[in-house]
Design a binder for this molecule. Structure first.
Ligand code: GLA
Length: 398
């Protein structure tokens, strides 16, 4: 009798354990579970500068330049081919690479990028076609994810063209699950342009999600629908609470160095992206980068703000016509602050300690992050003359 009771008891425990495992396995995967990009991803993407004109030589050259220019040393890691590497599907539905432009194949290219100590990224689309009309991943999600894993892909940018009436949350969750099933940790970069407000639902789906349409390389373009730098900045206002380690708002890759803005404007662009905890994905020609552009992209003190471990996205604290104050809380209790002048004339802009959540009497060290200079211990407020379209960016440390 005792033996029977013991047997029944053991059988019950076994059942419970099996049930537990079944439940655990059927829980939806979470992108944040992949443990990747606990600080915003840093890297380079081919689209802004090269569009469809990609090839293995271009990507290898970008990887080489990322190392030789000091970008890798500054923290840039992912080398991402955007659209146009793929041409068709074979009779088994496998994606076919453009053999003219990538004669050695994607695996060899990924190996090359890895040999430089960098990571390798690729692009696809949730629809039947990519935005440039190449085959998309709809209906081939698991097949493609397995292929990416076999190639050694570390990062997938996943676009939203030709998706018809598809539901974004469903489509992106399908690829998230496919990537998870591939067994390889792959950063999942959602490029849905903010249409279905991914910040509201994508925390457990993607590691980053685009918040807007495509950035244009201009301060405030004349072209009616173009998303110029300042328009994109305005569209980030209010999204700050949705970002955090492993799940970031993505206001698109950087235009710094692509020629449509002045050096002062590019400094503003980079400063805002750092304060916004935005992915720092360079979009320029790394092989032919003037010194002043390299100095912007590799400014270590700004990158430290972007990569701050707290992962708290900064926000607009004040707006007075064309002058604005943006601030971000950092892990050590200090604040990164941008005095931002959108106007056509130089302007005096000030930030008060109270605006930053500090008592006015607090004595704090103020450091100018572009001048790389300590300005001393100050109480109550800091003000500076800010050039037209420029920033003064400081770190305030109590
Ligand atoms: C869309 C995306 C861009 C780029 C192109 C490629 O427009 O938003 O970032 O990937 O497609 O075709």
């Amino acid at each position: 009798m005792i033996a029977v009771r013991k047997f029944v008891k053991q059988a019950c425990w076994c059942c419970l354990a099996v049930c537990f495992l079944v439940i655990l396995n059927s829980l939806p995967a979470k992108a944040s579970d992949n443990g990747l990009v606990l600080t915003p991803p840093m890297g380079w993407n081919s689209w802004n500068k090269f569009g469809c004109n990609v090839s293995e030589d271009l990507i290898k050259g970008a990887a080489d330049a990322m190392v030789s220019s000091g970008m890798k040393e500054a923290g840039y890691e992912y080398v991402v081919i955007d659209d146009c590497w793929q041409v068709s599907r074979d009779t088994s539905g496998n994606i076919v690479v453009d053999a003219q432009r990538f004669p050695s194949g994607i695996k060899a290219l990924a190996d090359y990028v890895h040999s430089k100590g960098l990571k390798f990224g690729i692009y696809s689309d949730a629809g039947v076609k990519t935005c440039a009309g190449r085959p998309g991943s709809a209906g081939h999600e698991y097949q493609d994810a397995l292929q990416y894993a076999a190639w050694g892909v570390d990062y997938l940018k996943y676009d939203w063209c030709h998706t018809g009436k598809a539901n974004a949350e469903w489509a992106y969750s399908t690829m998230r699950d496919a990537l998870k099933a591939s067994g390889r940790p792959i950063v999942f970069s959602m490029c849905e342009w903010g249409t279905a407000k991914p910040w509201l639902w994508a925390k457990d789906v993607g590691n980053l999600w685009r918040t807007t349409g495509d950035i244009s390389d201009c301060w405030n373009c004349a072209k009616k629908d173009a998303l110029s730098f300042v328009k994109i900045v305005d569209m980030q206002d209010g999204l700050e609470t949705y970002a955090g380690p492993g799940h970031w708002n993505d206001p698109d890759s950087l235009e710094v160095g692509n020629g449509g803005m002045t050096t002062t404007e590019y400094r503003s662009h980079f400063s805002l992206w750092c304060l916004l905890a935005a992915p720092l994905i360079a979009g320029n020609d790394l092989k032919n980068m003037p010194a002043e552009i390299k100095d912007i992209l590799t400014n270590k003190e700004l990158i430290a703000v972007n990569q701050d471990a707290l992962g708290m996205q900064g926000r607009r604290m004040k707006k007075n016509g064309d002058t604005e104050v943006w601030a971000r809380q950092l892990a050590d209790g200090s604040r990164a602050v941008i005095l931002f002048n959108r106007g056509t004339e130089d302007a005096q802009i000030a930030v008060s300690w109270v605006d930053l959540g500090y008592p006015a009497h607090l004595s704090a060290n103020v450091r100018d992050l572009w001048a790389k200079k300590d300005l001393g211990r100050l109480t109550s407020t800091y003000g500076a003359n800010v050039p037209s379209h420029g920033v003064v960016m400081i770190k305030v440390t109590p």
